[in-house]
Design a binder for this molecule. Sequence first.
Ligand SMILES: [Zn+2]
Length: 344
Amino acid sequence: MTSLPNEVYERIKSKLHPSPPDSWQPLTRASLGGIQILNLTEACYEVDPDFPFHPDSHPNLPLKDGRLSLMRFGICLVRLPTGTNVLLDAGVGPWIEEVEKCSGHPVPEKPPHALDKILQEELGLSLEDIHFVVHSHCHGDHVGWVGSFPNAVHVLHSKEYEFATYSGCPWKQDAVDRFEPLKEQGRLRLLDGDDDNNIPIDEEKCPQLTAVLCAGHTPGHIAVRIEGKTAEDEDMPPQVAFYIGDAMHFAHQVLDPDLVPLFDCCAWKSRPFLPMSNVETTWMPALRNNSKWHATTSCEARRKLLKRIAAEDALLISPHFSPPGMGTVEDAGGQFTYMAAAIE
Ligand SMILES: [Zn+2]
């Protein structure tokens, strides 16, 4: 474990919100070489920025200093020039009450924005208009609307499906209930491939999107790379975005990728303070014996992903970062900084 230089620590603290912004929008937009990116927000909560990092886990905690951080629960909609609509993750949905209980910091007078309403009111789309749902992983705040898209193919990494439906996984029943019916209907697509590859999601219908295995938060967690290019930009490099899922939850993890939240599965084994006496049983046998999987797997995945985002001059899109939930990353010799995008 390394200690952060003081100036970086101060910069993290300065990024925290002293209070929630006066307003937050249900939708922020970006465009990328002919592709429309719409970052939808279902809910926002003030949280203690030390949540969910345990004080024993990092030398620089606590961060809060009387401030609060804002945590979004979001979904990203990617609209391709061909008319194909791809959701990246399926949000919180009815699980919102659980999130509220967990956070302990509901934002009063700002009710959650339901996905179907946002689609209808802001974009004139219905749930039937979603063609693909690509899941970064199977945690409850990313699968809430699964089952609501009658025409969508759902895409997951095979390692994630294996983990989520393994007998020891704490959310096994939820994953089985949500995904087994889709499997029976032939609407579940499982991806294979390792972390150095861009794994095609559908080469015919959405060739602009590829999955990048980014394990640590969960064993089969993926980021999604989006590459846009128009005919007029032929001589230019493509415009790129990465949807990071839960590879990071807060922008201060860009500044300090070693901050490991309690719910990164890779860290469970080394955290005796977790209220799980049988952590060992939640691991797939294959993972227990896999030396590549250890407590800091998510930190390594974060660094690798951040390096790539910075090197490709890509837009970072997050379901949990404060509004607008997207921005850019700079890499100064392995020291990363995050600049939130201006809200349109
Ligand atoms: Zn999440």
